[in-house]
Design a protein around this ligand. Structure first.
Ligand SMILES: [Fe+2]
Length: 179
């Protein structure tokens, strides 16, 4: 017997039992898979982008590892799988602002931050997908986070602070997809 350790199998094992998180994760992975071949990425990079999409919220399955899900997922992945994949998970979406707001800036900095199209496409897919897999604009996602967590929350303020970068990423993806 061989052990199946693909990102999809990790996600199925750990995230599928978490209910709505699975709907969100499936939709983010499907979105990345749909556009990845259109971005000029090598096949390996396309597969990596889809893999990160499957794993980006893995930390919700490991609240015992760390109370904040990007670091919970990253710490778990660094320990059990791959340090470079852990960096993508640590820094995904609004983490650069949310981490310091929560007092986790130093722990976040222990992970190398990827600055590339793989992270851009995962962030775009994550922040244009609702908590039950809905297709949202960035503005709709921001409003939904504000309603769900409150305007005082780090989730909302993290997305406000990240909005311009996420919007730039959206434009980059749209330009490449329609080119
Ligand atoms: Fe997500």
């Amino acid at each position: 017997m061989t052990l199946d350790t693909t990102p999809h199998s990790y996600a199925t094992w750990y995230i599928k039992p978490l209910g709505d998180r699975w709907l969100h994760t499936e939709a983010v992975a499907a979105k990345v898979a749909a556009v990845a071949p259109l971005l000029g990425l090598r096949e390996f990079e396309q597969n990596l982008a889809v893999g990160i999409a499957w794993l980006h919220d893995l930390g919700y399955a490991f609240p015992d590892v760390h109370p904040w899900h990007p670091l919970a997922g990253a710490l778990y992945l660094r320990e059990n799988w791959n340090a470079s994949i852990a960096g993508y998970v640590a820094w995904h979406s609004t983490a650069e602002h949310e981490g310091p707001m929560l007092g986790y800036g130093a722990e976040l900095m222990e992970f190398e931050r990827p600055h590339n199209l793989i992270q851009t496409v995962v962030d775009w897919a994550d922040m244009t997908t609702g908590p039950r897999g809905e297709a949202f604009t960035l503005q709709e996602r921001l409003a939904e986070i504000g309603n769900r967590h409150g305007k005082d929350s780090t989730q909302y303020n993290g997305m406000v602070a990240s909005f311009d970068r996420l919007n730039t990423g959206r434009k980059i993806i749209r330009r490449l997809v329609t080119a």
